[in-house]
Design a protein around this ligand. Structure first.
Ligand SMILES: Cc1ncc(COP(=O)(O)O)c(C=O)c1O
Length: 364
């Protein structure tokens, strides 16, 4: 397996490189984006003026956050996808020692190292569904760092953590930063209660990284925001590049304010498909489900055949899932698959149900 590339971590989504197949011909369960797309008026995609600069500060995206989530504009810093925030924050805050969850999204560690910080890990508890250790254990480990970066729900484990744990820690350690990545929060059943977006005004040491690329299925557009206390946004602005949110993203963000029906549809679809898949996959002896708090599942292949065999078998069925073995802690045959449309999920389930025997037959 190729582990080292330009970014020292293989991100998902490139089956061509590994399996020499045409990506377009596959059902891609490896990317965690919404299976439905918002229907945006034609004008949203054709009538913007790319011959002018966008607003210097991504105003269109800020308008969305204020209008949709009732946030105060001064607490919203629009960015070119949550990933811009992930790289901006450690640099702007001059973090020296950061604790990240493990396993989790790789770019936290990379961003912190580039910013000159040392990175330590807070191991999630595998025997359960990759849950957090107890609050006293976390408190002990926090003593030696400036910041904790945690995704909620976490990717790739799919774990949803109770926000009360982070709120309690943020109150107990006001001198430490709590950087919460809520890229997948709108997929969770208890959104908006699950989100810490509204807690940043009271807790100056909490910030939320949010993405519009997952829930609204717009990864190609790059749009999201850092949500934090006004004073913290001021600090970040001193280090942020101007014009990182483009004209198209600004325009589309404003259109998203009218996508209430789409939001309800996605949430209903994810909740009902999640329950169905959970029930069915739990009956497959070769697969153990771990996390399922967002729009994807973390699963473990327990058959005597290896994960490579399963992946090859699924590719033969036109299905691509995310090999998670390059996340430290997930080497033991873990893979992830997204929740897609009902008929696509049904097809995946059928193939997973037959995979135990199917893989053996393929190897004969
Ligand atoms: C946990 C997590 N946060 C942030 C991102 C990046 O999101 P965006 O597309 O908004 O940059 C990803 C992308 O996969 C992710 O998994």
């Amino acid at each position: 397996m190729i582990r080292d590339n330009l970014y020292h971590h293989e991100h998902g989504g490139e089956p061509e490189r590994r399996f020499f197949v045409e990506h377009r011909s596959l059902l891609d369960f490896s990317v965690n984006i919404s299976p439905l797309f918002p229907s945006l008026p034609e004008t949203a995609l054709s009538a913007f003026d790319v011959h002018r600069y966008p607003s210097i500060d991504g105003r269109g995206v800020r308008d969305f956050y204020c209008g949709r989530f009732g946030l105060d504009g001064g607490t919203v810093l629009p960015v070119n996808g949550a990933v811009e925030g992930i790289y901006l924050v450690p640099r702007a805050l001059k973090l020296k020692r950061v604790m990240v969850l493990a396993p989790s999204f790789f770019d936290y560690e990379r961003a912190c190292r580039i910013a000159g910080a040392k990175v330590s890990c807070l191991r999630l508890e595998e025997q359960a569904t990759f849950t957090l250790p107890g609050i006293e254990v976390i408190s002990g480990k926090l003593e030696s760092v400036d910041a904790l970066i945690a995704a909620n729900p976490n990717n790739p484990t799919g774990t949803r953590f109770p926000k009360e744990v982070f709120l309690a820690l943020a109150s107990r350690f006001p001198e430490k930063w709590f950087i919460m990545d809520e890229a997948f929060i709108q997929f969770s059943d208890d959104f908006p209660d699950a989100s810490m977006m509204r807690d940043v005004r009271a807790l100056k040491n909490v910030m939320v990284l949010h993405s519009l690329t997952k829930f609204y299925a717009l990864p190609g557009l790059r749009l999201g925001a850092v949500i934090a206390h006004h004073d913290v946004i001021g600090m970040l602005l001193r280090h942020k590049e101007p014009w990182t949110v483009n004209v198209v993203a600004e325009d589309v963000a404003r259109q998203l304010l009218h996508c209430g029906e789409f939001e309800r549809d996605v949430r209903m679809l994810i909740a009902s498909e999640r329950a169905k898949i959970f029930k069915q996959v739990n009956k497959i002896p070769e697969i153990t489900l771990k996390g399922y708090g967002a729009n994807f599942f973390l699963a473990q292949w327990n058959a005597e055949t290896g994960l490579d065999d399963l992946l090859k078998y699924l590719i033969g069925k036109n299905i691509y899932v995310r090999d998670c073995r390059n996340f430290p802690g997930l080497e033991d045959n873990y893979f992830r698959f997204a929740i897609r449309k009902p008929e696509e999920n049904r097809y995946l389930l059928e193939q997973l149900q037959q995979a135990g025997e199917g893989v053996k037959a393929m190897l004969k």
